[in-house]
Ligand binder design. Structure first.
Ligand SMILES: Cc1cc2nc3c(=O)[nH]c(=O)nc-3n(C[C@H](O)[C@H](O)[C@H](O)COP(=O)(O)O)c2cc1C
Length: 196
């Protein structure tokens, strides 16, 4: 007979629970979020606790976990400016994504430090990342605390997709190459697409 190990997350510390939850909910797509720092520099950080909150209206959300010293820059910037861009991540950007998750101070731009080129957005001030295939320009809908995490929800004002990716509102799954997050420094590529 198939046997199971039963685990109560509450019996584990934060690190244990984090590994149990994030290691089970895989692969996760990655929201590469661009925001503007107070000094005008572009902040770019990856968030893989990323979901479609609603379709009517179009709402996307990501969860910002606690940070030991001070709130993460992305959350602080969104509270202050009310706007952000969610850039989805193609598989070729794994190294840059990992680099942008290292701690950068508010006086540094991850985008500049990792050589990511930005292009102007059309409805919000934070720019988009040129190397990505899809970008969602978002206005802040809400920030809700869930324990030590904050769910940031944005209303999609406009979506940009690389030419050839969308036809009749359908994304070409074979041309779209999103990177998947497993955990730590581990990622995956999209495998075979099949229909049942
Ligand atoms: C692929 C990837 C996904 C991540 N997802 C999350 C996430 O969903 N929530 C979170 O709080 N941190 C996440 N992190 C860690 C943040 O990116 C990291 O704390 C970063 O320094 C935050 O940057 P910021 O202070 O500029 O917002 C992730 C890191 C990586 C590499």
């Amino acid at each position: 007979m198939k046997a199971f190990q039963s685990i109560e997350p509450d019996r584990h510390d934060y690190a244990g629970r984090y590994k149990l939850l994030t290691g089970s909910v895989v692969p996760r797509p990655i929201a590469f979020v661009t925001t503007l720092q107070e000094n005008g520099l572009v902040n770019a950080a990856p968030y893989s606790q990323f979901i479609i909150v609603a379709v009517e209206p179009s709402l996307l959300g990501f969860s910002v976990g606690p940070s030991p010293e001070r709130e993460k820059d992305t959350l602080r910037n969104i509270r202050r400016t009310g706007e952000f861009v969610i850039n989805t991540v193609p598989e070729q950007l794994a190294t840059e994504v990992q680099a942008c998750a290292e701690t950068f101070g508010p006086e540094e731009s991850e985008a500049e430090a990792t050589g990511l080129q930005v292009i102007a957005s059309t409805r919000v001030r934070p720019p988009r990342l040129l190397a990505t295939q899809i970008q969602f320009e978002c206005g802040l809908h809400s920030i809700t605390a869930f324990g030590a995490s904050h769910l940031v929800v944005g209303r999609v004002l406009v979506m940009h997709a690389e030419k050839g990716l969308v036809s009749d509102c359908k994304i070409d799954a074979r041309a779209y190459r999103p990177l998947g997050r497993i955990g730590g420094r581990s990622y995956c590529r999209m495998g075979e697409v099949f229909s049942v």
